[in-house]
Design a protein around this ligand. Structure first.
Ligand code: PLP
Length: 230
């Protein structure tokens, strides 16, 4: 495994190639470095290589990293499953939450977001894989949730997020990404919203996600190496 700096460069090159091949502007897809299970020194190395946005999945692990990396103005994104008793530290410390999948969570995040902080950027997580997956709101229930989240005062609804179930068939994965995009476009039109974010694509499928319009890919192992088995 090459070092973090070289891996980041390789990921950025893959993203740039995918942007070009799909006629997209350079830099129109952003990179979220998914740093769950990575010790603070690894994030520091990525920061020194120019990475600014990091994604964490576990609240306690993230709190430990905030302390260890307090000298860096990192843009923190929460991307994991969120229980309602854990929303307070998330509302206090993160710039983004990608994994809003029910109204109660969104309401708590809005109530708990300090008025002196900018609004918390949020994405609604959509279950694009049907029966195969449990996290995320079903596509046919996304409209009601998006409509309700959009008016919460301390949140800024930025878009939709998905994690397709793994499949050996690239066309299946690509169709999931296409579904998220059309859902975002349809909801923007139907509700008069301006959701600008599609959070989709990971280490193995970022090119397909960029082909389908991803604005933020969430990449972990291609930057930091394989994670220990959970
Ligand atoms: C772990 C994780 C990723 C990154 O996955 P890789 O395959 O390591 O790139 C992306 N999104 C979410 C929600 C994750 O939990």
């Amino acid at each position: 495994m090459p070092g973090i700096e070289a891996s980041l460069r390789a990921v950025r090159a893959r993203m740039g190639a995918a942007e070009r091949e799909n006629g997209r502007a350079a830099g129109s897809a952003g990179l979220l470095a998914v740093s769950k299970t990575v010790p603070p020194a690894g994030l520091r190395e990525a920061w020194e290589a120019g990475q600014r946005a990091f994604g964490e999945s576990y609240v306690q692990e993230a709190l430990d990293k905030f302390a260890a990396l307090a000298d860096l103005p990192i843009e923190w994104h929460f991307i994991g499953p969120l229980q309602s008793n854990k929303t307070r530290p998330v509302a206090a410390n993160f710039a983004w939450v990608h994994s809003v999948d029910r109204l109660k969570i969104a309401q708590r995040l809005s109530e708990q977001r300090d008025v002196h902080l900018p609004p918390l950027n949020v994405c609604v997580q959509v279950n694009v894989s049907g029966e195969a997956s449990k996290s995320g709101v079903a596509p046919d229930e996304a409209r009601a949730l998006v409509e309700a989240v959009a008016v919460l005062p301390r949140l800024r609804l930025r878009g939709l997020m998905c994690i397709p179930e793994p499949s050996n068939d690239a066309l299946v994965i690509r169709a999931r990404f296409a579904l998220l995009r059309s859902l975002r476009d349809d909801l923007n039109a139907a509700l008069g919203l301006d959701m600008d974010t599609l959070s989709m694509g990971m280490s193995d499928d970022m090119e397909m996600a960029i082909a389908e319009g991803a604005t933020l890919v969430r990449v972990g192992s291609a930057i930091f190496g394989e994670r220990p088995a959970a």
